[in-house]
Design a protein around this ligand. Structure first.
Ligand SMILES: Nc1nc2c(c(=O)[nH]1)N[C@H]1C(S)=C(S)[C@@H](COP(=O)(O)OP(=O)(O)OC[C@H]3O[C@@H](n4cnc5c(=O)[nH]c(N)nc54)[C@H](O)[C@@H]3O)O[C@H]1N2
Ligand SMILES: Nc1nc2c(c(=O)[nH]1)N[C@H]1C(S)=C(S)[C@@H](COP(=O)(O)OP(=O)(O)OC[C@H]3O[C@@H](n4cnc5c(=O)[nH]c(N)nc54)[C@H](O)[C@@H]3O)O[C@H]1N2
Ligand code: SF4
Ligand SMILES: [Mo]
Length: 704
């Protein structure tokens, strides 16, 4: 028994940063469970953590570079792969300009220490502005609001869930997603604790989610009407003369003009469009105003929709005007040990709108263009057209709107490379796939999610298993490709830099450096270190030039006519009378975890939820196969009839569609489902931020 060892690390699949205790013998994992001694997650973990061993053991996971040939894929050496890629990328950039090469970054990059540190220099070495990422199918509106209101895109407020007396959750299902832009392992426990201390949780969602079922109150809302609801609540705060800025009163600019604008959004005016009665809106506003502390938290449902920009701005505004910004129990700002905005100067120029995309004129921001227009930029001929692409840890064929069209666009590229661990729906279009190490083979530190965490904690995880001789880490792939593209010799000292070296320097120079924070300190504390609850810190952290909170940035004022137009249009499109929304499932993470048998076995999870009244009107019965069609395309999917979904709305999971030829994920293919993004429409975006409008897609449904 003595050779059974224990390893502690953080799970890096989702944002919750759960601490894990892993028992192993040699290279075999014996058990994975929550680490009781992790000061933040305290033993909590979800079923996906156990699958870390499946990804590690997966025989289909790629470990050596592969190249597509006329007769199939062949293994090639790293040298050969790098040589070919450097030659092709350089030739394309020479012939068509630097921007002819595009980059797409997917979600796992945010969950990787190495990628978090090495992507920036990598992208710089390619010299292209054609950068895209999953952020524009996700949280871009949060960054835009933080940028314009607080002066830094990463200065995003998070709900102080552990101390609040009233939590309003709009368009988030953290009980299933485990929280997002709110790193909070064990959300159920934290929600129940609110209730136990006499507080209240309200969920606003077109679907009665698991989070809604645990909450004290659930309000169905019509999809994409959240901005009207939020503005109406702000109207109520002004009407009741309950504006209370507390310690921020001398810091907030623009309140008078805001009050004037809010007059147009009385509950009685917006109610019929929002689908929530006026008195319920008054009551909700009253709850926010009267609770000792309160916080409005809005997420994917209020972000990936046509008014995502307005929603995230108004969420901040509601928290500010009710006196719940930068205050215990309200929306607060973490102070992470690795502080990403440490070197941001006050009043630095934002990149928002620095460029506009060539074809659809969507705004550039945070170093990227919206992925909703990637296919246009590949397919539209002319100066500046994208001819070549590198995807890094992303699967946009399944994750981006009109993903099927994107796949066709990929086929028209001159050359494509993917840095990925699987041959999947996206990477099958590449000429070469470069596989990085993953999960337990990597060391880990959450650069990003400590910045969105409901408590200040810090933890480093060493690799559990050494990588095999021929394997490379993602960051090593990025570093070598950068060097080769720049003509830097491969024995150059810059190639000796490791993520650990940078991490140690950041920790030592960070906010806790003087108290002895360092990598060694984290190695000595394998369960992690608790720094404490979030503290008011906005005055010190704000990055606007004059140190003020801009409550009314002009770009939002300019977007209001678009919102107001909603109240004059007919609610329903006759051809596509239903609104399609997405849902997340406990046992899958986006598109990529489905090659684990333990996560996909059981009954088909990829079903369409239909309200009983709609089912009756259309003659749909349980288990029937339905054809769902949109302006983009059509899929066939099994019906589930439930009053958990609002009438007129249908819901299907995101992340599925593993039924394509030419991939190598045979377990995923046993439970393929269909892709929601064969229905979503890349032309539906929040025009303000360019974020994809994945929710609220107009669809028709019929028995197939
Ligand atoms: N309709 C609809 N669409 C959605 C959403 C929705 O709610 N509805 N959600 C959106 C959101 S929030 C997001 S974040 C995006 C996600 O969009 P993507 O990031 O494009 O999709 P993922 O499924 O996360 O793809 C991860 C890819 O990384 C690979 N991978 C996994 N681990 C590693 C690793 O360690 N190294 C490398 N190199 N590769 C790795 C996987 O094989 C996979 O190809 O999807 C978006 N799409
Ligand atoms: N198990 C699991 N966990 C995950 C992921 C996963 O795939 N699986 N993905 C991770 C990622 S990348 C992210 S970004 C997070 C996302 O985390 P969340 O935002 O919590 O995730 P969703 O489940 O997409 O929640 C969106 C909710 O918005 C609702 N909704 C849809 N349209 C509207 C609308 O117009 N208005 C309102 N008010 N609500 C609406 C949906 O019904 C849904 O309940 O989850 C992360 N965690
Ligand atoms: S909740 Fe997220 S971080 Fe925690 S164990 Fe599950 S997948 Fe991992
Ligand atoms: Mo996401």
């Amino acid at each position: 028994m003595t050779d059974i060892k224990t390893h502690y690390r953080n799970c890096n699949i989702c944002e919750a940063m759960c601490g894990l205790e892993i028992q192993y013998k040699d290279k075999e994992i014996l058990s994975i469970k929550g680490d009781q001694k992790d000061p933040f997650s305290k033993g909590y973990n979800c079923p996906k953590a156990t699958a870390l061993q499946d990804f590690y053991n997966d025989k289909e996971r790629l470990k050596t570079p592969i190249r597509r040939t006329a007769t199939g894929w062949e293994d090639i050496s790293w040298d050969e792969a790098f040589e070919e890629i450097t030659e092709k990328f350089s030739a394309i950039q020479q012939a068509h300009g630097k921007n002819a090469l595009a980059i797409y970054l997917g979600n796992p990059n945010a969950h990787s220490l190495g990628n978090g540190l090495f992507l920036k220099p990598f992208m710089k070495s390619l010299g292209t502005i054609n950068r895209f990422s999953s952020a524009s199918t996700d949280q871009m509106p949060h960054h835009v609001a933080a940028n314009f209101m607080l002066g830094a895109g990463m200065l995003i407020p998070v709900p102080d869930i552990d101390r609040t007396d009233f939590m309003l959750i709009i368009g988030g299902n953290p009980v299933v997603s485990n929280g997002s832009m709110m790193t909070a392992p064990n959300v159920i426990g934290r929600m129940k604790a609110i209730q136990k201390r006499g507080g209240k949780v309200v969920v606003v969602d077109p679907r009665r989610t698991r989070t809604a079922k645990i909450a004290d109150q659930h309000l169905f809302i019509r999809p994409e009407k959240d901005a009207l609801l939020l503005f109406s609540m702000i109207h109520c705060v002004f009407a009741a003369k309950k504006i209370n800025l507390r310690h921020l009163s001398s810091m907030v600019e623009g309140v008078e003009k805001l009050e004037h604008l809010a007059k147009d959004y009385a509950p009685e005016t917006v109610a019929e469009f929002v689908g929530i009665e006026a008195n319920a809106i008054h009551a909700l506003a009253n709850d926010m105003m009267t609770a000792d502390s309160a916080v409005c938290y809005s997420r994917m449902g209020a972000s990936t929709q046509t008014f995502g920009g307005l929603c995230q701005w108004l969420t901040n505004v509601l928290n500010i005007v009710t006196g719940n910004f930068d205050r215990a129990g309200g929306a607060m700002f973490p102070q992470p040990a690795f502080d990403m905005i440490r070197n941001h100067k006050k009043g630095h120029k934002s990149s928002f709108g620095q460029y506009h995309s060539r074809v659809r004129k969507l705004p550039f921001f945070n170093g990227e263009f919206p992925v909703a227009t990637l296919a246009d930029e590949i397919l539209t001929q002319g100066e500046g057209q994208i001819k070549s692409l590198i995807t890094i840890a992303g699967n946009p064929v399944l994750s981006a709107p009109s993903g099927d069209k994107l796949a066709d666009a990929f086929d028209s590229l001159d050359y494509m490379v993917s840095v990925d661990i699987y041959l999947n729906e996206t990477t099958k279009h590449a000429n070469i796939i470069l596989p990085g190490t993953t999960g337990v083979e990597n060391s880990h530190f959450d650069i990003f999610f400590n910045s969105f965490s409901v408590r200040n904690t810090v933890k480093y995880s060493p690799p559990l298993f050494e990588k095999e001789e021929n394997q490379r880490a993602d960051w090593q792939i990025l570093a070598e490709l950068s060097a080769r593209m720049a003509g830097v010799p491969l024995d150059h000292k810059s190639l000796k830099i490791t993520p650990e070296m940078i991490l140690d320097m950041e920790l030592k120079n960070g906010p806790y450096g003087e108290q002895g924070m360092s990598l060694q300190k984290l190695i000595d504390n394998p369960h992690g270190i608790d720094i404490g609850p979030l503290m008011p810190c906005l005055e010190a952290r704000i990055k606007t030039e004059n140190g003020k909170i801009h409550i009314l940035p002009q770009l939002y004022v300019d977007d209001l006519p678009r919102l107001n137009a909603v109240m004059t249009k007919p609610a329903r499109d006759n051809q596509y009378p239903f609104d399609l929304i997405g849902r997340r499932l406990v046992k899958s993470h986006n598109t990529w975890t489905q090659n684990s048998d333990r996560l996909v076995k059981g009954k088909n999870p990829c079903t369409l939820e239909v309200n009983p009244e709609d089912a009756k009107a259309l003659g749909i019965s349980k288990g029937q196969i339905l054809k769902v069609s949109s302006i983009n395309g059509a899929v066939e999917i099994e019906a589930v009839i439930t009053d958990d979904i609002q009438k007129g709305v249908v819901s299907m999971p995101q992340g599925w569609g593993h039924n394509q030829k030419g991939t190598k994920m045979s377990v995923a293919a046993t439970q393929p489902g269909v892709s929601i993004n064969d229905l979503t429409d890349a032309n539906r975006v929040d025009t303000l931020t360019g974020n994809a409008a994945l929710n609220g897609t107009p669809v028709a449904i019929a028995v197939a």
